[in-house]
Write a protein that binds this ligand. Structure first.
Ligand code: 13P
Ligand code: SF4
Length: 349
């Protein structure tokens, strides 16, 4: 969260108090200068910075006004009066903020910052599925681009996917594009999931009760975690509490003690009586939790960073604010339809 400091020295001190032992001092001194400049210009411009839980520790703990998971950040984007909105996250998140705020400037401090899930499906893929399964409600994970959201009935995030799925009075739903999230939500909501293949696309079999129709998208970070990873850590640390993001495989989720969105994982660690944790998610988050909960130990299994989230730096955040760079735009016809899917999701509490 944004610092209270008003001078460079105070900025460094506040960062050092929180991040000592997590970020080397020489790096902190350099980053404190960037943070000081960012917070100054943010105030001058009346901007808000939204930061996803995967931001690197020095950024996460110093410049965002709000940090959170996709759901919390979407809600904040929907209600903020500030302009511009700087999104320290990935492109689909910044696009979501733009869809909800057409008259504001939304800045993404990175050239690309994509997402393997968002890249796994196109609007045409969704149109083909709708043709194959007419009348079946389509839920799309928020990790998709605006044109895909525009083809769907409602969005969901890892924080509300089961609730959204259960909000439909329909035996069959289409749930896109994360095959692991679909399988995990199917388990949770007592459905079974199938995947349309090249043979079944365009060759519908009416009357079949598929219950949940998925897509073969995967998160390139979470698909790397294995049950063996968990077993190895449990063998060495029998007291460890394991948390897995629902983008992990159903086997990994089943072998864990808890599964939920990034913010829910943070809350569970904060509130837990356990002292040792293994996080099956992007590894910056472990450092961010440690900075806030020095008494909790994270097992350092982590060498997996999201190459897209990782593109967001303090340097580019400053550049975004100074030069109004990278402005996110969404064509108006797509924006209006995508907003319907987001609004429906935000109505579900
Ligand atoms: P959350 O909504 O749980 O923060 O997840 C977003 C994401 O991209 C996880 O990889
Ligand atoms: Fe996308 Fe996975 Fe990165 Fe999240 S961690 S932004 S789902 S690639």
């Amino acid at each position: 969260m944004a610092l209270q400091a008003t001078t460079l020295e105070e900025t460094y001190q506040e960062m050092a108090d929180k991040l000592e032992g997590i970020v080397p001092d020489i790096e902190l001194r350099y980053k404190a200068e960037l943070v000081y400049e960012i917070n100054k210009i943010k105030k001058e411009r009346g901007a808000i910075i939204l930061g996803h839980n995967y931001m690197e520790p020095a950024l996460y703990h110093s410049v965002p006004d709000v940090v959170g998971d996709s759901l919390a950040l979407s809600r904040k984007a929907a209600e903020t009066d500030c302009d511009p909105i700087v999104f320290c996250g990935v492109r689909f998140m910044a696009e979501t903020a733009k869809i909800l705020n057409p008259d504001k400037t939304v800045l993404l401090p990175a050239k690309e910052a994509g997402c393997s899930l968002a890249a796994s499906i196109t609007a045409e893929d969704v149109r083909n599925l709708k043709q194959q399964f007419p009348g079946v409600p389509v839920i799309t994970y928020i990790n998709t681009y605006a044109d895909v959201k525009a083809e769907c009935d409602i969005c969901c995030t890892s924080g509300n996917a089961a609730k959204v799925a259960e909000s439909f009075d329909s035996d069959t739903i289409i749930f896109l594009p994360d095959e692991y999230l679909a399988a995990n939500i199917a388990d949770e909501t007592d459905k079974k999931v199938i995947f349309p293949t090249l043979e079944t696309i365009g060759n519908p079999k009416p009357g079949l009760d598929y219950q949940m129709i998925g897509w073969h998208g995967r998160c390139e970070v979470h698909e790397q975690f294995t049950v063996q990873d968990i077993e190895n850590v449990r063998a060495q640390f029998p007291d460890v509490f394991v948390l897995a993001h629902p983008e992990c495989s159903p086997e990994v989720v089943a072998a864990s003690d808890y599964s939920g969105s990034t913010s829910r994982m943070i809350d569970v660690v904060r509130e837990s009586e356990n002292s040792r944790f293994l996080l099956m998610t992007e590894c910056s988050m472990g450092d961010n939790i440690t900075a806030e909960n020095p008494d909790k130990k994270m097992v350092g299994l982590c060498s997996i960073r999201c190459p897209h989230m990782n593109q967001i730096t303090l340097e580019d955040t400053l550049n975004a604010l100074q030069n109004n760079e990278r402005i996110i735009e969404v064509p108006e016809d797509i924006r209006i339809r995508a907003k319907r899917s987001l609004d429906r999701m935000l109505e579900i509490r």
